[in-house]
Design a protein around this ligand. Structure first.
Ligand code: PLP
Length: 355
């Protein structure tokens, strides 16, 4: 039998989460963000799952959109970083993509497009995050300098730096700064990501961009009934008794405080299971929690199953999913669920399941 390491992608959870989040903003149009291979879930998988409910998709770069087009996905795609080189303007038009444009060089490239080959362009506004976009006070000038490229269908896009933190007043500052300018232009706007949609009602506007929560992330922080979209699982490939006082794994970082049963599981950091997970990080096996014992190796982990009766070779082990929240593992590894999802490697087959 082949290695039982798989990421199960729950199609119904993805649809449930997207509909739940969209319903929070009934005055808006919500689009699913499926960049970075749909946060590791498989962009083509997720596009096929959501194509009838998400009227647009968003990706970071045009190469990601072309993969979707080659798979037959026809929904318009927003390219969040815009064009990286002049020829991408023409490609965007040919592939029905919208370029979020954040600097004047990109606008000059667009000006060279023939009138009937000009893609739709949205404009990125820096309302305080200072990562991408035109400063708020530049926007009126930019709009009037490029009338052939920036038209009535241009959407003003901004991104919030701290929307995941309800106690941080900087979000309100960004919203005030952005809306003060945007309302004067009369153009549509796009502000909210997942945390903003959930926690900052004033950020919900014409277009919302939903990423992490579609995949069931940001769950610990919200009271919503978001469902995990991925179960990362593997199986027990070896079992041994480890006497009290003996250690397990590289660097001898875990030592048995009693006679112990250690199961070796066929997943490691080369599959995307974080090497930074410490001893004690939970996994789920035979209806119980077991705990990491010893360092994560490239292809394997070792877990303490002393307290779980009858664990056998071949038993399924959940690394994250319904029983171990991905946020819990992320916290143990000192990172965020976004990183864990996007780091599940190409070696792990994605299996799409409908309940
Ligand atoms: C510009 C932009 N919009 C929207 C999103 C989606 O954010 P989230 O995954 O927090 O919903 C991202 C994600 O990184 C982004 O960079």
């Amino acid at each position: 039998m082949s290695r039982q390491t798989q990421a199960i992608i729950h199609a119904d959870a993805i649809i449930h989460n997207f509909k739940l989040l969209s319903a929070m903003a009934p005055q808006s149009t919500s689009m699913a963000v499926i960049k970075a291979d749909a946060y590791g879930h498989g962009a083509v998988n997720v596009a096929r799952i959501l194509q009838h409910v998400s009227p647009h998709f968003a990706v970071a770069i045009i190469e990601e959109a072309i993969v979707l087009r080659e798979a037959g996905v026809t929904v318009p795609i927003v390219i969040l970083e815009g064009a990286h080189q002049p020829k991408e303007c023409e490609m965007a038009f040919a592939h029905n993509c919208i370029l979020v444009t954040h600097n004047e060089e990109q606008l000059r490239w667009l000006e060279t497009c023939a009138e009937d080959r000009l893609p739709q362009v949205w404009l990125k506004v820096d309302s305080g995050m200072h990562r991408l976009g035109f400063a708020v006070n530049q926007v009126p000038g930019i709009l009037s300098n490029y009338p052939r490229v920036l038209k009535q269908d241009t959407v003003l896009v901004t991104h919030l730096a701290c929307a995941d933190d309800t106690s941080n007043t900087f979000t309100q500052t960004q919203l005030d700064t952005f809306y003060r300018m945007a309302t004067q232009t009369g153009l549509a706007v796009s502000v909210a990501n997942s945390p903003a949609t959930i926690q900052w009602p004033a950020s919900r506007n014409n277009w919302n961009r939903l990423g992490i929560a579609v995949y069931g992330g940001f769950k610990d922080e919200s009271a919503l009934s978001l469902l995990p979209a991925m179960t990362l699982r593997s199986s027990v490939i070896a079992l041994r008794n480890v006497p009290q006082g003996e250690s397990v794994g590289y660097g001898q970082t875990w030592t048995a405080t009693q006679d112990s049963v250690i199961a070796t599981v066929g997943i490691g950091y080369a599959d995307g299971y974080p090497r930074h997970c410490p001893n004690g990080t939970p996994v789920f096996v035979n209806n119980a929690r077991a705990f990491l014992a010893g360092r994560v190796s490239m292809d394997m982990i070792t877990i303490d199953v002393t307290h779980i009766p009858d664990v056998a070779i071949g038993d399924s082990v959940e690394l994250w999913g319904e029983n171990v929240a991905i946020g819990e593992v992320a916290k143990a590894a000192g990172t965020i669920d976004y990183e864990l999802m996007t780091r599940v490697s190409a070696r792990v087959p994605r299996i799409v399941k409908y309940r």
